[in-house]
Design a protein around this ligand. Structure first.
Ligand code: GLC
Length: 456
């Protein structure tokens, strides 16, 4: 019954362009919190697309892929500067002028804080692979337009700039957390998506003469990225102990503490937080900096893309089980744990009233994260965790009119400024149920996300 309403919400959210369905609105709330919630966001469309692909409506996904491809690279740049054609918009809308429809894309120019959607092209590539794997339409991926588009994306995302590591350097708010939250630098979610995108590209780029160097670069980057994340982001008891006893200010090669992390930077809440079966990938890494916060989406995507090893994936699920009340609580799943408070909140968020402790991006609970959670639980064979999470969420979401997020340490309250009828809250739940109930869909999603060689 609840699921039926979720499908209805998805149907209501479909956006048409010149008679064709091309995307879904972020929310169908008659009075949304922000004006742009009626637009189609690239990241928000991902769960919509998975539902469409699994219900024989792949043409909507293809229309979306083509639409976003056609409006890429339209960002504003300084006079005389060259635009990167591989940048994809955060969102787009359809406008009507003189009886003719046209598309308007937003690359962050109209967004709060002018944040750049680094994740859009990554999600686009993921969806392209999902579309091709589901339909067998390799011709689409092989077409010259799509190949050119992928090359332009790779040109932008593989370009050498100021990185001193294989991870991707980005500004604050460049992904699902699209406000200041101290997630600049090398946030885990971006690295996981980057890894997924590069793996997808390896499969989708056809090897003609030109792209051969790109394929080689891809291979080198993917392997280096995987090794780097596994070494520098993974935290379990042993690693924590190592960090706890790190020597600092070492010079040269062949040292352990290459990023010069001071043991004094381990936050108080970490004391006793990890039992000897649990671990996770830290939220961010940089010189003298480990962000020890637990970011759910980055960890779950790392399981799904195979960026985390099989053992690490079990460790992450053990952490969820051990801290169920904190990480799942009354509404799966907490986006980040713990929240930042007081002076730290002032510095990290710029005193953002929407991101007060245990709200929105600062430790709120986001129903959309149910789909990667259930997918990760099923993938790691932790069926009981999937079941428990689904039990918690299913009844409540519909009763509450599909809020965007929940507030509170345990996520017990509807988000103070949350939209209602948020599309990805509904589609996330549909996918989670399908994954739990339909083994074929699990196989399909696995083949869209997972790269077997990553296990070594
Ligand atoms: C908020 C979220 C972002 C999402 C958008 C539309 O800005 O932070 O992740 O894409 O709303 O739902």
């Amino acid at each position: 019954m609840n699921i039926k309403t979720a499908y209805q919400l998805l149907e209501d959210s479909i956006i048409y362009y010149r008679g064709e369905p091309v995307g879904t609105a972020a929310a169908c709330d008659p009075s949304p919190v922000a004006v742009n919630y009626h637009e189609c966001f690239v990241r928000d469309f991902v769960p919509s697309a998975l539902v469409f692909l699994n219900s024989g409506r792949a043409e909507i996904v293809r229309n979306f892929l083509t639409t976003v491809m056609n409006i890429r690279g339209q960002q504003t740049v300084l006079e005389g500067h060259q635009r990167s054609m591989g940048l994809m918009p955060a969102s787009f809308k359809v406008i009507e002028e003189d009886g003719r429809e046209s598309l308007v894309a937003d690359f962050g120019e109209r967004a709060i804080g002018r944040v750049v959607p680094v994740d859009s092209a990554m999600w686009w590539m993921f969806l392209l692979r999902a579309y091709v794997v589901t339909t067998g339409d390799w011709k689409y991926a092989g077409s010259s337009e799509v190949q050119e588009c992928m090359m332009q994306i790779l040109d932008l995302y593989l370009r050498e700039r100021f990185e001193s590591s294989p991870t991707l350097l980005v500004p604050d708010g460049s992904f699902m957390i699209d406000r200041r939250m101290g997630v600049y630098g090398y946030p885990l979610e971006i690295q996981a998506l980057y890894y997924g995108m590069l793996e997808a590209a390896k499969e989708l780029i056809s090897g003609t003469n030109g792209p051969q160097t790109v394929i080689e670069n891809l291979q080198v980057r993917v392997e280096a990225l995987r090794a780097y994340v596994r070494l520098h982001y993974w935290v379990d008891r042993d690693r924590l102990n190592q960090i706890h006893r790190f020597k600092s200010e070492e010079f040269g090669l062949g040292i352990d503490n290459v990023l010069n992390v001071y043991p004094e930077s381990i936050p108080g809440w970490m004391d006793g937080w990890l039992d000897n079966r649990s671990g996770y990938l830290a939220g961010n890494q940089g010189p003298g900096r480990i962000d020890f916060r637990f970011f759910a989406q980055g960890n779950l995507l790392s399981i799904l893309f195979g960026l985390a090893t099989t053992e690490e994936s079990q460790g992450i699920m053990n952490l969820f089980a051990a801290h169920w009340g904190e990480l799942i609580g009354e509404m799966p799943v907490k986006i980040v744990y713990p929240a930042v408070h007081g002076k730290e909140w002032m510095h990290v968020t710029g005193s953002d009233p929407k991101n007060v402790p245990w709200s929105y991006h600062n430790g709120g609970n986001w129903p959309v994260l149910i789909w990667p959670f259930v997918a990760a639980a099923m993938r790691t064979g932790r069926v009981e965790l999937a079941e428990n999470a689904l039990e918690t969420i299913t009844e409540r979401l519909k009763r509450d009119n599909w809020p965007e997020y929940y507030d509170g340490r345990k996520g017990g309250l509807i988000g103070r400024r949350a939209n209602f009828f948020q599309t990805w809250s509904a589609t996330g739940l549909i996918i989670a149920h399908q994954l739990y109930e339909d083994p074929e869909f699990r196989v399909l999603l696995d083949s869209c996300m997972y790269c077997a060689e990553a296990d070594q």
